[in-house]
Design a protein around this ligand. Structure first.
Ligand SMILES: Nc1nc2c(ncn2[C@@H]2O[C@H](COP(=O)(O)OP(=O)(O)OP(=O)(O)O)[C@@H](O)[C@H]2O)c(=O)[nH]1
Ligand SMILES: [Mg+2]
Length: 224
């Protein structure tokens, strides 16, 4: 079979499973967020800081994707919240089937927020719907302000851009205003927050975005 029709078939099968997941998340009132970035931009660090902001016993859980190791799950499990590693064994993105399998032995009734850290990659994960309510793209200041123009798909599909590692701005030639302008050129409606997972600068802006999104999601559940 030619590559393009095969790719289309794989993606439509993924879409079918993802819409089943989305329906289950809606049924259980779960907000699911899919974090995507290049390797090392700070997805796990952002999730560590985020989990630390929650009260013990909140209905929060994390799935974290990696090609090879369990390192991120070990880091995130220190929070005390349920965490599961999905090791893809070479695949450069998570897909909906992997999420479905990972959720098999979790009680969705107990969850209100599901955070998914995708495999570090700015290209492939953008094509695979995981049933999430929103994608969040993380870009760090060491990566170059042109990335939203070079990899437009993930910036176009994301609801929020987290510009991370702003503590490094004095040390790198990164024009953060140009990065934001490039992101808005690709996706005019994208929300943007600037944070440092190191110094915690900007963290309240990210947590406020998350809280607004959780409130909006609860309102949808209440109305349905
Ligand atoms: N200076 C600085 N370093 C940071 C910041 N956030 C993360 N780092 C560092 O960047 C490195 C990568 O961070 P991770 O959180 O592992 O990045 P990741 O996106 O989860 O990486 P992958 O899972 O491999 O894709 C680590 O050494 C972090 O300590 C930040 O805000 N400032
Ligand atoms: Mg990580």
């Amino acid at each position: 079979m030619e590559r393009v029709p095969l790719e289309r078939k794989v993606l439509s099968e993924n879409d079918r499973i993802a819409s089943g997941l989305r329906a289950r998340f809606a049924e259980h009132g779960i907000l699911c967020l899919n974090f995507i970035s290049s390797p090392g931009s700070g997805k796990t660090s952002l999730l560590e800081r985020t989990l630390a902001s929650f009260a013990a016993g909140e209905g929060v859980a994390v799935l974290t994707g990696d090609i090879q190791t369990e390192n991120d799950a070990k880091r995130l499990a220190k929070s005390g919240f349920p965490v599961k590693q999905i090791t893809t064994g070479g695949t450069c993105h998570l897909d909906a089937r992997m999420i479905e399998r990972a959720l098999e032995d979790w009680r969705l009734e107990d969850l209100e927020l599901l955070l998914i850290e995708n495999v570090g990659n700015l290209v492939c994960p953008s094509s695979y719907d995981l049933g999430e309510a929103a994608k969040i793209v993380v870009l760090s200041v060491t990566e170059g302000e042109d990335k939203p123009l070079k990899y437009p798909s993930i910036f176009f599909k994301s609801s929020l851009l987290v510009l991370n590692k702003i503590d490094l701005l004095p040390h790198v030639p990164f024009d953060i205003d140009a990065a934001e302008a490039n992101a808005r050129r690709t996706h005019p409606g994208i929300d943007i927050v600037r944070v440092s997972c190191q110094t915690l600068e900007g963290m309240p802006d990210w947590l406020a975005w998350l809280e607004r999104t959780r409130t909006a999601s609860r309102a949808v559940v209440a109305a349905s």
